[in-house]
Write a protein that binds this ligand. Sequence first.
Ligand SMILES: [Zn+2]
Length: 359
Amino acid sequence: MLNEDLKNEVDKARERLLKQLEQVADKTIILRSSDLKALYQRIAQLPEDQRGFFGQAVNQLKNELTQLISEHREAESALPTVDVSAPFALNSQFNRRPGLFGAELGSCHPLSRELGLILSIFRSMGFSAIESREIDDDWHMFGALNFPVGHPARDDYDTFMTEQTDKDGLPLIAPAHTSSMQNRVIARYKENLAKNEPIAVVIPGRTFRNEDVDARHEHTFYQVEGVYIDKGVNIGNLIATLRTFLQSYFGNDKLSVKTQPFYFPFTEPSLEFSLSCPFCNKQGCSICSFSGWIELLGCGMVHPNVLKEAGVDSKEYQGFAWGMGVERLIMMKYGIEDIRHFESSKLSFLRQFSAGGEA
Ligand SMILES: [Zn+2]
């Protein structure tokens, strides 16, 4: 056999072995491959004068393969160690902390967004805003508002109480209305009156009632209370203030309002305030139960006893107050059919109010 033929034989085996080397994960397996074994067995089968030449070629091939395997091993060990406990891909090609997620992935809750809008309208009308509290005492919830102990109207405000008690031994209360803040804001701002300035405050807050929950009733909901005290205030000012707010909030200056007598211990007279249906312009639709009107909130002239409890002379000053349900306003504005959506954390509901949605 010619040396050239022998060389070809080794070259062909080399080609196959290099190909295999690329493909296998454990490179050392190549040194035990049947191809290489066959070459070594072949040495013994050749005539003596050819063995030297062939053996050398086979050894060269084996050395080449060994060299390639060790180069590969070195390249592998040069990779950085993987920290499997890292909170992000520490050794990824990016090798850096992830950036903040884009703000478009989250959105403001519709209650926060609409509450912000409501307060900005009242601020533009000259009102200050003070947040309500989520736990209060019996006196602020009832006593300061002309509901003495035993007053039957207390039964209309069925809410949650704690085992902890106030200084009179009465349980602390999760407020059923933001009116529990009236005494505080009148007392806090009564110096305004001495300076010939009105008390004009809105009080947003979370309120609680022991309700049977359904599409129109929640145990937890938001109210915005309003209090305005000055000399010469009358019920026409109350109606004009609320109408101006509602026309601005609904972006509809054709909205009309109507009132009918109601009863609250802390206002005299007390009124129930209705708004012409913004969906049908008084023509009647399912949202307004085909009446053309939607009952919206309770309001009235501040009772003299409430002014007296806060240290304001009720002969000199008068005022009005209201409490309105925030969810109800938002539901009317956007045609939302179920109040429970607000506390449900349903993304399909919340994402309708994300940036880029209806503003
Ligand atoms: Zn309607």
